[in-house]
Design a protein around this ligand. Structure first.
Ligand code: ADE
Ligand code: ZN
Length: 411
């Protein structure tokens, strides 16, 4: 009911009819008596509505306050695929530039994204199509430079970036052309935006062991420019981590850090995580959130201080980011789990700030909790301890300036 309609009900015509037939004094007093409940109700309604309004303003302020806090937070991204960052517009631009007969409009790209079947293999169907537009050194340069500009807009100050050499060399693109494009793009973007980006070269797990060794050979000349060896693509079932045990062993000898994908809810995920810990000796686990299904694994991850790069992404049809309950369970158990955007051009969660906002709204995590998940990312960097400490100090200063108790962050 509005205040205006309350006022209308308080008019004399709304009072009992005998009021109008009595003397002036009696009439006044009867009028006052009759009107009193209406006035009281009006006041009560007025204060009720004012309080509702104030609550709405406070809620809006706190939503906006959280958004501002998350946007301004200094961030690290540890799980981000170069091939998953091409926007629909960029795909069309590169397609036209290369004179290939592929996606001709951004709407076609959007449709292909919308039509993909659910699950890892459905995701990869679109992912493979869009990555295949990249052909020249310039394409890889542009993709890398544009991505790092986006990272800067999201206050990402450090990123480990995955790239998939086999997906490109298998199409006839020379390793060196691809790599020079990426490396020059990251050098120029670093000079412009000040974002540090290290590179993780990924094995495509569905390809052969011989092909993975060949990739290591091709990378030999630029070994010092690649921080780690990862493993992605799919299907995962039938292509477990142990398939590449010898490749990982050689990579370790050559000084690479090791990681690999364990996508959520693929068959045998928990078994694969155990393999990656005990047989491969990975330094980080990508995704790996099914660990929450196995209490022994959870305890082991916590004991080792092993970090998982979670990616609570969301497609347009999902009501909220996926895997929040698994992330909460792992975080509550003391496992180091971070939040990452994975393939920001291919999910509605997009880049990191937006993903953090959507994750926070759905999880109702506090500012301290969100800071802890970001601290986990910095804590998992493959850097010397004093370099890592410098990054953590930047986050700590931001947290303290926002009245956050650092003990709650590192609880
Ligand atoms: N390539 C890009 N994103 C991937 C993911 N989440 N899993 C496997 N392969 C990928
Ligand atoms: Zn990934």
């Amino acid at each position: 009911m509005s205040l205006a309609s309350v006022g209308t009900n308080c008019s004399a015509s709304a009072l009992p009819s005998d009021v109008l037939t009595t003397g002036i004094y009696g009439m006044k007093s009867r009028l006052r008596k009759a009107a009193t409940p209406y006035i009281a109700v009006s006041f009560a309604l007025f204060f009720f509505l004012a309080e509702c309004l104030a609550q709405n303003v406070r809620a809006h302020d706190s939503v906006e306050g959280m958004r501002t806090f998350l946007a301004g937070m200094p961030k690290a991204e540890l799980h981000l695929h170069l091939e998953g960052t091409l926007s629909a517009e960029t795909i069309v631009e590169i397609t036209n530039r290369n004179g290939i007969d592929y996606f001709t409009t951004a709407a076609e790209v959007e449709q292909s994204l919308a039509d993909r079947p659910p699950g890892l293999m459905g995701f990869l169907e679109h992912h493979f199509k869009s990555q295949n537009v990249m052909q020249t050194r310039q394409d890889f340069y542009d993709a890398t430079y544009n991505l790092i500009e986006k990272l800067h807009e999201n206050n990402v100050i450090y990123a480990d970036l995955f790239f998939d050499p086999q997906a490109h060399t298998s199409r006839g693109i020379p390793f060196d052309e691809m790599f020079k494009g990426i490396d020059d793009g990251r050098r120029d973007a670093r000079a412009k935006f000040g974002v540090t980006v290290n590179l993780i070269m990924c094995i495509n797990r569905e390809r052969s062991v011989a092909s993975a060794f060949e990739m290591l050979d091709q990378a030999h000349a630029v070994r010092d420019k690649i921080i780690g060896l990862g493993m992605d693509s799919g299907p995962e079932y039938g292509n477990p981590p142990v398939k590449f045990r010898d490749v990982y062993a050689r990579a370790r000898e050559e000084g690479y850090f090791l990681t690999g994908h364990h996508d959520v809810d693929v068959r045998d995920s928990v078994k694969h995580i155990w393999q990656s810990l005990d047989i491969i000796g990975m330094d980080r686990i990508d995704h790996g959130l099914n660990a929450s299904d196995d209490p022994k694994l959870v305890a082991e991850l916590a004991r080792r201080g092993m970090c998982l790069t979670g990616s609570p992404v969301k497609r347009a049809s999902d009501p909220e980011p996926q895997d929040i309950d698994r992330i909460r369970a792992l975080d509550d158990a003391g496992v180091c789990v971070s939040l990452n955007s994975d393939d920001p051009a291919e999910f509605e969660t997009g880049y990191l700030t937006n993903m953090l906002v959507l994750f926070q709204q759905a999880s109702e995590y506090t500012k301290s909790d969100m800071t802890r998940l970001m601290f986990n990312a910095f804590d998992a960097l493959w850097l010397l301890q004093d370099e890592k400490d410098e990054y953590v100090d930047v986050l700590k200063e931001y947290a303290v300036n926002n009245d956050i108790d650092w003990n709650e962050v590192t609880r």
